[in-house]
Write a protein that binds this ligand. Sequence first.
Ligand SMILES: [Ca+2]
Ligand SMILES: [Ca+2]
Length: 67
Amino acid sequence: MVAELFDVFDVNNDGVISRGEFIALAECLLHKKGFNFSSDIFTRFDANHDNVISKDELINLVLELAL
Ligand SMILES: [Ca+2]
Ligand SMILES: [Ca+2]
């Protein structure tokens, strides 16, 4: 399920969620849950600080925020 989510939001299919792609994902998912997008969320879940969200990092986000 997360994999599907990932593919939907990885618009350019480069295998990672960039900051721009993450904004679309956050607006779509987080807003419903009452979270506002902030770069804090991105930074928090970009565990290896490479400035993109990998599939593993997205899984952690989904689990932690219970999306
Ligand atoms: Ca991408
Ligand atoms: Ca990362």
